[in-house]
Design a protein around this ligand. Structure first.
Ligand code: UD1
Ligand code: UDP
Length: 348
């Protein structure tokens, strides 16, 4: 049986690392990896294959950036041509990015079954492109692998048959636990000049937060206050660096004392930085999960999350992005408290 694994964007690489490890060496299964090329900078793509000890994908569709329609259609056209060439028994997709929905739709229209890993998550927020991708991908998939029980419930409510739903746990967490010890050997704190427990980490890439000058300026002002109390390490996603440059905000951000801006970090460096942080501020899906497992307090700068277990069982607090006063005062209080929390939770 030939299974084609799809990956296109940064979090996908972390997820397929677990799948490749689980599938390798299984008799009767051949795994091919197709990289759609949605993310392409070295630090958003190739660096992950090195850190995660994976071979480069056998195929790269090289789709690059574009509007949703251009990118989704580009992946579909190129993946269709791939399927013309390579006989495929099953397509396995992960997560909720444009590459996920594009390859699912292409495969299923050709009668090739689709397996979705990370099925069933819902933010119930149609303003998020990922919510549309999740819903459509799940509807197209005949095997639905859920990371948490809320995923099972959501799929059942949408009328998906119980036999198609398999609760398997979280592949991003599998990869985190696999690489946690190795990451601890990375000297990222030394390189950045920060001490364990004495800095915060920030990541931002949601369109709602970084696509407009107005939203970004409000956040920068709030970060400036927090950075006055505790250094903030901010590895910038290219989407946010683009807005900072285009909206003429780069100088303003660089002038914030205590805000340490870097390019995107490699996986091992990043998870080590997360693990040793006093707290994390983010709008990332994966970072909410990783901080939960690492036991590091996480402020999610979004009005909702598709990952409710990170709140009910984890360390995550949803703070929205507008009412700055509330989360800013939490961040300031937490900055002042000396806490040693670098334990890895293995009980979930
Ligand atoms: C995508 C996913 C999002 C996911 C995120 C993970 C969709 C709709 N969005 O968002 O769900 O959380 O990846 O990081 O699929 N760019 C570069 N270099 C790169 C890649 C992107 O400079 O290697 C820049 C380009 O200006 C591009 C922009 O980032 O236009 C956005 O990239 P895109 O892949 O469209 O969306 P992300 O914001 O990365
Ligand atoms: N990550 C990384 N370097 C960074 C920022 C994030 O390696 O500079 C990792 C992080 O540990 C997690 C994944 O990227 O495994 C999350 O990806 P992202 O936040 O881009 O996407 P999302 O999870 O929101 O879809």
């Amino acid at each position: 049986m030939r299974v084609v694994l799809i990956a296109g964007a940064r979090p996908n690489f972390v997820k397929i690392a677990a799948l490749k490890a689980a599938l390798s060496g299984r008799s009767g299964v051949e795994v091919l990896t197709v990289h759609t090329g949605q993310h392409y900078d070295d630090e958003m793509s190739a660096a992950f294959f090195r850190d995660l000890e994976m071979d480069e994908p056998e195929w790269n569709l090289g789709v690059g950036s574009g509007s949703h329609a251009v990118q989704t259609a580009g992946v579909m056209t190129r993946f269709d041509a791939f399927l013309d060439e390579v006989a495929t028994d099953m397509v396995a997709v992960v997560g909720d990015v444009n590459s996920t929905v594009a390859c699912s739709l292409t495969a299923v229209k050709r009668g090739i079954p689709v397996a979705h890993v990370e099925a069933g998550l819902r933010s119930f927020d149609w303003e998020m492109p990922e919510e549309i991708n999740r819903l459509v991908t799940d509807r197209l998939s005949s095997l639905l692998f859920t990371p948490s029980r809320d995923g099972d419930e959501n799929l059942k409510k949408e009328g998906r048959p119980a036999e198609a739903i398999h609760f398997v746990g979280n592949v991003m967490v599998d990869t985190l636990l696999r690489f946690r010890d190795k990451a601890a050997q990375a000297n990222v704190l030394g390189r950045l000049g920060v001490a364990a427990g004495e800095y915060a980490v920030l990541t931002l890439h949601r369109p709602r937060n970084v696509d407009t000058r107005e939203a970004f300026v409000g956040l920068l002002d709030a970060f400036a206050e927090v950075a006055g109390r505790i250094p903030i390490v901010y590895p910038m996603h290219p989407r946010s660096s683009r807005t900072l440059t285009e909206a003429g905000l780069l100088e303003r951000a660089e002038a914030i004392s205590g805000l340490m801006m870097t390019g995107p970090l490699g996986y091992l460096d990043f998870i080590e930085l997360e693990a040793r942080a006093r707290f994390v501020m983010t709008d990332s899906g994966g970072v909410q999960e990783e901080t939960t497992v690492l036991g590091v307090p996480c402020l999610t700068l979004r009005p909702n999350t598709e990952r409710p277990v990170t709140i009910t069982e984890g360390t995550n607090t949803l703070v929205g992005t507008r009412g700055y006063t509330r989360w800013r005062s939490w961040a300031l209080r937490t900055s002042a408290r000396a806490v040693g929390r670098t334990r890895v939770r293995t009980d979930r």
